[in-house]
Write a protein that binds this ligand. Structure first.
Ligand SMILES: [Zn+2]
Length: 133
């Protein structure tokens, strides 16, 4: 008597259908694991300190953080000259819209200080999962 394994009992079409299904599931899993993006990657815009901020994500880091006018969407220019004076009492970074003259400011330091504040705000919202989806 000849021994048979389960595959030899199957018609060819069933075997190839199973193989195809297996391949599809495998490809799906690979895509899921290697190409899925974290949920917060869709969080790329918010308003902080009356200014619209936009950025992109690279891994877990915020990149290309930039600010825009909340009134006309023009990109803002900044002025942190108050921080350049050695004994300045009031350090701040002003954000100014050259188109509609809207302005806002962030106290405490120069542009890099301000950007760090915004990055912390973004990271805090991601961590607490309280950003708008
Ligand atoms: Zn404006």
């Amino acid at each position: 008597m000849q021994e048979h394994n389960i595959i030899s009992f199957m018609p060819d079409w069933a075997f190839f259908t199973l193989l195809a299904l297996f391949a599809i599931v495998l490809i799906f899993l690979i895509i899921r694991i290697f190409f899925s993006k974290p949920k917060h990657y869709s969080y790329i815009e918010d308003t902080f300190y009356n200014v619209v901020w936009k950025w992109s994500w690279k891994k877990e880091k915020i990149r290309n953080l930039y600010c825009f006018c909340p009134k006309c969407e023009e990109s803002l220019v900044y002025d942190d000259t108050s921080c350049k004076e050695r004994f300045a009492l009031h350090k701040e970074t002003k954000f100014i819209c050259e188109k509609c003259h809207y302005s806002s400011s962030l106290g405490g330091g120069d542009i890099s200080h301000s950007l760090k504040i915004i990055e912390r705000e973004i990271n805090r919202k991601v961590r607490l999962n309280i950003y708008e989806k």
